[in-house]
Design a protein around this ligand. Structure first.
Ligand code: SF4
Ligand code: FES
Length: 267
């Protein structure tokens, strides 16, 4: 196909412009365009007995995220496409989904990193009841989260000033404070898929955040909860959770630390 060099700025690296029949690069702004197909697993409980796949072709910028492509489909092709999102910046944790078979946040996943030469598979996370299209019922996930008492438990008199903590003590649970409750870890766990009762990695991560907090007095209580049949011992150390976490939390390591605290009865 015919290409020509952009005359924009002689000091800039040359920009390749493509002829009109090519749909991957713009004339003018130098930002790559991609024409991609998203293959989305759709399910409307009012119409469908089973989920099915549908293809949508859109042209996006090379810098666009999968969330942007989904917004484009919803805005321009099919307004009934249903998915959760809020911040679009990897903070709220609402748009975890399976993209090409891996749990990711759609707002943090660049389209160009998804092998855009082939259809990009987008489906709901697994292991939670499917409600519609990419939306699952998160209640079982949050029920497990609530079960581990994810809040500071203290005894004695309220202090008159803030509860001080050394940097060393803070470092012990720093990693697990980063959780945004997106459920990417829990719904990538094969034990969670098959065992309807297992607390799942995210609940353990959030228990870890308080168990190892020197200002908290509820560690024993939480460890007893996680010592139950469907607690921490269900983990088979597959590392799926660590690979899935968009915040880079060492989820498996946190689970191991909770197991060790239980074995040695020491935090
Ligand atoms: S640990 Fe990571 S993957 Fe799991 S819920 Fe928290 S942020 Fe999401
Ligand atoms: S939309 Fe908030 S984390 Fe993706």
């Amino acid at each position: 196909m015919a290409t020509q060099l952009s005359p924009y700025d002689q000091n800039d690296p040359p920009i390749l412009l493509q002829s009109e029949d090519e749909q991957t690069t713009p004339a003018g702004d130098g930002i790559e365009r991609l024409t991609v197909t998203l293959r989305v697993r759709r399910f409307n409980p009012e119409l469908d007995a089973e989920p099915h796949w549908e293809d949508y072709t859109v042209t996006v910028l090379g810098t666009d995220r999968v969330l942007g492509a989904l917004e484009q489909i919803k805005g321009e092709i099919d307004g009934s496409l249903t998915f959760r999102r809020s911040c679009a910046h990897g903070v709220c944790g609402s748009d975890a989904m399976r993209i090409n078979g891996r749990n990711r946040l759609a707002c943090k996943t660049l389209v160009k990193d998804c092998n855009p030469g082939s259809p990009i598979l987008v489906e709901a996370i697994k292991g939670l009841p499917l409600e519609k299209d990419l939306v699952v019922n998160m209640e079982p996930f949050f029920a497990a989260y609530r079960d581990v008492l994810p809040f500071l438990i203290t005894s004695g008199q309220e202090p008159t000033r803030e509860r001080l903590q050394s940097q060393h003590d803070r470092d012990r649970f720093d990693d697990t404070t980063k959780c945004i409750l997106c459920a990417a870890c829990t719904t990538s766990c094969p034990v969670y898929w098959t065992d309807g009762q297992y607390f799942g990695p995210a609940a353990i991560v959030n228990a870890h955040r308080f168990i190892f907090d020197s200002r908290d007095d509820g560690a024993h209580q939480r460890l007893e909860i996680l010592n139950e049949k469907e607690g921490v011992w269900r983990c088979r150390t597959t590392f799926n959770c660590t690979e899935a976490c968009p915040r880079g939390i060492e989820v498996t390591k946190a689970i191991q630390e909770v197991k060790r605290a239980l074995l040695f009865r020491r935090v």
